[in-house]
Design a protein around this ligand. Structure first.
Ligand code: ZN
Length: 337
């Protein structure tokens, strides 16, 4: 592949190479599931441009009339459909796509339908989709986007191969952030390297999340949340009464905020637990295994493991609509004892 094929989709070099080759050889199929976190939308959008690109350099070239129209969102043969504010994507939307697919492309080579949140399609919608997946018009390309294809019917999965996007490595993510993040990213990298590393750690291999952390005070706010979760869980483990008081003050916030707090606690505990066994592993919360080990000095692996269970139980209760206050208090008592 040319070095910059699908350049805006970081990492995933093998997948990008495979797609570019299929497009150049004219062997790209008619339907794909694009699954994973982060850049699924970006990959779908670049794929839609690439199949209609009339340039002959990198894919997509970004300069030909087709690429320019696609970038402006005005390409008549590239359509994005989603569920809007509904919980599911219904059969009417799919019937509409099916009918539209039989109208030949107005200017492009391929007519592309990007279906967002495809995993929210009802069973009826998926069965309606099957009819067109079995014998799609020759020029059609369906791209079904989702976090995971598990919710799709096996019959749909068997007709639409999955392109699974892997999280980026820290190095790939760093290159990407420096490339798209402009002066702000470079200043952070050069002047506050620890904070830049923290950004990569928080993003966890997700380029879209990394980009969003560069906006406004998002990174500082996220770092403050992490510190709070860390001091709270360590406070509970050390039997500190203030930590429980602090926790009781979090009864008011939204369910999602509480789940985020618990997810941070879970990541901190995971790193601390691993640091008891090894000094070389990829951390997901602390800057280094050494930091995780230092933070948990004097706390046994057994206590950390049991606290991890308590935090997970609490989160799963809250996900199932348990009272936030009651669940947090029960968790605090169990961890302290
Ligand atoms: Zn082009």
């Amino acid at each position: 592949m040319a070095a910059d094929d699908f350049a805006s989709v970081p990492g995933n070099a093998e997948l990008r190479r495979r797609l570019a080759r299929s497009i150049r050889e004219g062997t790209l199929g008619h339907a794909y599931i694009i699954e994973g976190t982060g850049t699924v939308r970006e990959l779908a959008s670049m794929l839609a441009r690439a199949v209609n690109c009339t340039g002959n350099g990198v894919l997509p070239c970004g300069k030909c009339p087709s690429c320019v129209r696609a970038a402006a969102g005005t390409h008549p043969d590239i359509r994005t459909v989603g569920r809007g504010d509904r919980a599911t994507l219904g059969v009417d939307t799919v019937r509409d796509i099916r009918a539209d697919a039989y109208i030949i492309p107005s200017e492009g080579e391929r007519k592309v339908y990007i279906v967002e949140d495809a995993d929210t399609m009802t069973v009826e919608a998926q069965n309606a989709f099957l009819l067109t997946l079995e014998e799609p018009p020759e020029y059609v390309l369906y791209l079904l986007l989702c976090r995971s294809s598990d919710a799709l019917l096996p019959t749909v999965r068997s007709r639409a191969p999955s392109l699974r996007l892997r999280p980026c490595t820290s190095g790939e993510l760093s290159d990407h952030v420096l490339r798209v993040g402009g002066a702000r990213a470079r200043a952070l990298h050069d002047r506050e390297p620890e904070k830049f590393s923290e950004l990569l750690l928080i993003a966890g291999g997700d380029p879209s999340l990394a980009e969003s952390l560069l906006e406004g005070g998002a990174l500082d706010a996220r770092i403050a949340e992490k510190r709070r979760a860390q001091s709270m869980i360590l406070g509970l483990l050390r039997g500190d009464a203030d930590a429980v008081l602090d926790l009781s003050r979090t009864k008011k916030p939204k369910r999602t905020d509480t789940l985020d707090l618990l997810a941070d606690m879970e990541r901190a505990l995971r790193d601390m637990l691993l640091s008891k066994r090894s000094q070389s592993f990829d951390t997901c919360f602390f800057a280094s295994p050494g930091d995780a080990d230092a933070a948990s000095s004097g706390i046994s692996a057994r206590r950390l493991a049991s606290a991890l269970d308590c935090v997970r139980d609490c989160a799963s209760g809250i996900e199932k609509n348990a009272s936030i206050g009651t669940a947090l208090t029960a968790m605090a008592i169990k961890i302290r004892s």
